[in-house]
Design a binder for this molecule. Structure first.
Ligand code: ADP
Ligand code: MG
Length: 703
């Protein structure tokens, strides 16, 4: 048995949170800092000085020797550069531990090697990190000792954002302003702030580290580039919610402990659909904190796995043939005094504000479906979207029966007079009490589902940051709110105006609402008839960033300038081509140096076997057939390898940009598939002793 842990004592132990601030900061300074955090008031340098001093002492008590500005460049992962607290040694040869207000609020990493998509010439490599005081600092413990991590935003010398955090913070302000405007019109004079919240459910795979280290494809690309399906996959559904094996349970316990110490409210854990696949969900938080916390979740999963002889795979599709991994982004808008704007209450038909909010969201999703799709694009996610397990690359909204019924009444009769109530669910078992069903059922196939008091955006990839999807959600909803408020403020009959707006938005945008099976081919055809965009690949989705519509939207709310959008599109094209190039090079390396040589050696053994059978005067038919099959497939593999080398060389030689990305998507991917096919078939017929890598079966079922 493992030792008991006191979760409430452990929780947030390493976080410079409100309790620590209140205890340790002088009262006046604490109040000032709270004003900055809660109301966005500018921070005075004196406040920063005092906070820095107190934060340093606290961090040193926690064992920190270094501090870092923790930021999220456009690579999608976090970046950090560590500085120790020590000052220059004095005349007595001793050092002091120092940390100034300036060091707290501003950092200056050499930014020249982070992607900037042309925003920053190399001669102007300056980039600044700026403290995001709305996400708490924390001390992280690892092999490097204790490090005080200060969440920051990352900008260029001229103020353009070079990260995922800055636009997110800007979008939070935008939606706050417009949502406040809207609820004021409905008579709310007390709420001071509206904040988007997010709760990301994180899926991942766990494999044995020894086996992982024998797979160059996993090491270099995070996914398997070869591998035949084992006799058993996920068809029995016996892994989903199944009992958690000891080794995995031990891992989860350690992950929870680390996350709790860092103030991440890890809440739910279970086995997922695919063998070796699991999920972790925290309790939802303010969206910028949720973004930071999700980065910590991903880091912690990887770190703890490594310590326990495991490897955590965050790739969206580590194994062909079984489910991939995503991240369900649950999103809602909540006021500082606890009112959830997307909570329908008991009778949604009466809740006019709720209905207006919902119609605005539906409109926003329809108008900007392409942008929302783009926000979930990453290279690995291309394998998932549209495949049979994940929402297709078409954006639609699921409302559920109750809300759909109210919407229909509004569209067709202009009035909603009733709400369907949740019925009693009779289990038919006397000892089990009847339970009240939710009025909204769950639809697992919708990419954007209303789940009672929140929306669940299910397209996001498991390895991706949730910053971009939330930036887009906040901004498009801010725009829809702004447009509604413009109308209402102009009108002299508010009731009538709101009613007409709801009806208009619902009627004009009902094409994006779909309550059926989102995984079916019928839906793909139907969506096409409705004129909804279907953007299967990341490369297809990138242009959404730089349409006039997008430039206008993000410009209006000061989220991205046109230059920032163009740079982001460039970065995406480059990222795509580079990732596929690494995959192709890895395949070439493995096929040329490991797999094909093994197969050739094996064919030699078979040939010798044929000869010795013949010498013994026995029937060589079976041995010969085996040899022929192997030779046929390895010949096919060899010519596919030659072709892959050729197209990859062509791709590398191209100028970076859209054309190159398209080339990688079409030509290089095809050549990769053509090489994989004969090799996977070889794996199914060859003597296992001659196969030089762990198989899917070894990886998926022997954790
Ligand atoms: P499921 O998706 O299986 O229904 P839950 O309802 O428990 O799971 O929630 C999944 C995630 O959604 C959790 O991270 C949870 O904290 C989060 N969540 C719940 N309510 C909200 C809300 N109002 N806004 C944002 N996220 C929420
Ligand atoms: Mg969910």
């Amino acid at each position: 048995m493992s030792e008991n842990i006191d979760v409430s004592a452990l929780f947030g132990e390493d976080v410079f949170d409100d309790t620590v601030m209140r205890e340790r900061l002088p009262k006046k300074i604490y109040k000032e800092l709270r004003k900055t955090i809660d109301e966005g008031k500018e921070m005075e340098s004196m406040v920063a000085e005092v906070v820095a001093e107190v934060m340093k002492d606290w961090a040193i008590e926690k064992g920190a020797t270094h501090y870092t500005h923790w930021f999220q460049p456009l690579t999608g992962v976090t970046a950090e550069k560590h500085d120790s607290f020590i000052s220059a040694p004095g005349a007595d040869g001793r050092v002091l531990m120092e940390f100034s207000g300036k060091e707290l609020i501003k950092g200056e990493p050499d930014a020249s090697s982070f992607p900037s998509g042309g925003l920053r010439a190399t001669f102007e490599a300056r980039g600044y990190t700026a403290w995001d005081c709305t996400s708490p600092a924390f001390v992280r413990h690892d092999a490097a000792g204790g490090t005080l991590c200060i969440p920051t935003a990352f900008c260029s010398y001229t103020g353009e954002s070079l990260d995922k955090k800055t636009p997110l913070l800007r979008s939070m302000e935008a939606v706050n302003t417009q949502a406040l405007r809207l609820i004021r019109l409905f008579g709310n004079t007390t709420s001071k702030k509206v904040t988007p919240s997010a709760g990301p459910e994180q899926e991942y795979f766990l494999v044995d580290r020894e086996k992982y280290l024998q797979r160059k494809d996993l090491i270099y690309t995070g996914r398997t580039l070869f591998g035949a399906m084992p006799p058993k996959g996920q068809e029995l559904d016996d892994h989903y919610y199944g009992a958690i094996r000891t080794r995995v349970a031990k891992f989860m316990r350690e992950v929870n402990k680390e996350l709790w110490r860092l103030g991440v409210a890890a809440k739910t854990q279970h086995n997922e659909v695919a063998p070796a696949q699991h999920e972790l969900a925290p309790i939802y938080a303010t969206v910028n904190v949720a973004v930071d916390n999700n980065q910590l979740v991903m880091e912690t999963l990887k770190k703890v796995a490594e310590r326990q002889g495991l490897t955590c795979l965050l790739h969206e599709k580590p194994f062909a043939g079984v489910n991939g991994s995503g991240k369900h982004n649950n999103w809602s808008l909540v006021t500082d005094d606890g009112i959830n704007l997307v909570d329908p209450g008991k009778t949604p038909h009466e809740n006019v504000q709720f209905l207006l909010v919902m119609s605005c969201i539906i409109k926003a999703i329809d108008v900007h479906a392409d942008l929302l799709r783009e926000s979930a694009a990453d290279v690995g996610n291309d394998h998932r979207l549209g495949a049979n397990e994940a929402p297709p690359a078409i954006i639609s909204v699921y409302l559920g029966d109750q809300l759909q019924d109210v919407m229909d009444q509004l569209i067709y009769t202009g009035m909603a007079t009733s709400s369907i109530k949740g019925e009693v669910l009779d289990t038919g078992v006397k000892t089990i009490p009847d339970i009240r069903k939710d009025a909204t059922d769950r639809n697992r196939t919708s990419p954007f589902a209303f789940t009672g008091n929140k929306f669940e955006f299910r397209m996001v990839g498991s390895s991706d940051s949730i910053a971009s999807p939330n930036t887009v959600l906040n901004t498009i909803v801010a725009e829809a709110f702004a447009e509604a408020c413009d109308e209402i403020e102009k009108s002299d009959n508010m009731e009538e105006c709101v009613h007409d707006l709801i009806k208009k938005y619902l009627t004009e945008h009902q094409r994006v609402v779909f309550n059926g099976n989102g995984y079916s081919q019928e839906w793909v055809d139907e969506a096409k008839r409705r004129g909804l965009p279907n953007l299967p690949s990341m490369v297809d989705a990138i242009p959404a960033l730089v349409t006039d519509k997008s430039i206008k939207l993000f410009g209006k709310f000061g989220i991205y300038t046109e230059a920032e959008l163009r740079s982001r599109a460039e970065i995406q094209y480059e990222a795509y081509a580079k990732a596929i190039n690494i995959e192709a090079r890895t395949m070439i390396d493995i096929a040329a140096k490991t797999l094909i040589p093994s197969v050739v050696r094996y064919s030699g053994v078979l040939a010798d076997t044929v000869n010795s059978i013949k010498a013994a005067g026995s029937d060589t038919t079976v041995a010969k057939e085996m040899l022929d099959d192997v030779i046929r497939l390895v010949t096919e593999a060899k010519s596919a390898l030659t072709k892959l080398i050729q197209v990859t060389d062509e791709g590398v030689a191209m100028e970076q940009g859209r054309d190159q990305a398209v080339f990688y998507k079409d030509e290089v991917n095809k050549a990769m598939n053509d090489l994989r096919r004969p090799i996977d078939e070889l794996e199914t017929i060859m003597d296992k002793d001659y196969w030089p890598m762990p198989s899917y079966g070894d990886l998926l079922f022997e954790v």
